[in-house]
Each structure stands twice: as structure tokens, then as C-alpha cells.
Design a protein around this ligand. Sequence first.
Ligand SMILES: [Zn+2]
Ligand SMILES: [Zn+2]
Length: 166
Amino acid sequence: MSYDLKQLFEVVGEVQEIDYRLNLSEYELFGGKPFIRPVVVSGKIENRAGVVTLRYRADFTLRLQCDRCLDEFERNDHVSNEHVLVNKLNTDNDEYILLPDFVLDLDELVLDDILLYLPSKLLCSEDCKGLCEHCGQNLNHGSCDCCKTAEKIVDPRLAALGELLK
Ligand SMILES: [Zn+2]
Ligand SMILES: [Zn+2]
């Protein structure tokens, strides 16, 4: 959603409430379209003593593929953020959001904040066990026969060497 904030910039004490759903279902990321539900954006923009501040929270659900075990999983998460909005830059503080025509495109900002927040490695859980490198079995679902056999036939001297190489 975009907001014309000309009046808010001019009138100290003005508040703009934010509460809407941002549909990103067609947005492509990580080789898919992970935003399976609209992002819930809520917060407010406020002019306090001439300083215009946006505070908001965005709740989102992503369906992603685990980088380690390749299973699909859903992740519920949120970002909450605060940005100072300015009409012109009189400092070189690049944390400010510059709005030369007083128009804020909040959709773009929310999406940028979410992308910055997401980790580069996507795991279904911190302790995901991944796939067996021999048979491809997903080890989160149980160990495979070749892993069991491999454990049995490992020569103790090789195992010691393996420890050294870790
Ligand atoms: Zn996983
Ligand atoms: Zn296996």
C-alpha cells in the first residue's frame, strides 16, 4: 500500500495507522513462490515534534525447501522495524528513508525488510540431520540401512583417522 504523507509531514502530532494485508503470493524467491499467505502489516506513522517515524510489524508465513534435507517446511515469522522518514536529506545518514514527494511505498519497504531478515541458509530446523550421502534417505525420518551397515563395518583405525580429519 502506498501512503501520501504530505499532511502528516506538515502537522506535528498527526498519526497514520497501518493495518493491511500484503499479497506476495506471486513473488518469486528461492526458486519458488514462498509467500503462501498474505503478510499482515500493522503499525503506525507518527509525526512527533517534526520527526516522522514509521513503526510496524509484519507477520508472514513462508513455505520453503530445506537446504539440507530438501523437505518442504512452513515457517511463521515476523519482522518489526522502525524507520525515520524524511523529505530531504540534510545528513548522510542512510538509515533514513527519503520520500522526495511524501509518498511512502510501504509494500516495497516491508518486502526489503523481510529479505534482509531472512537467513541465507534455510533449514527446516537447527538440528536438521540432512540426507544420507549414500542412499539419499532423509535422516530426519529415521536412519537408513546403509548408515547402520556403515557404522558396523568401519575399521576402528579408519574411524580414528576420520576423527583427526574433522
Ligand atoms: Zn531439513
Ligand atoms: Zn543411506
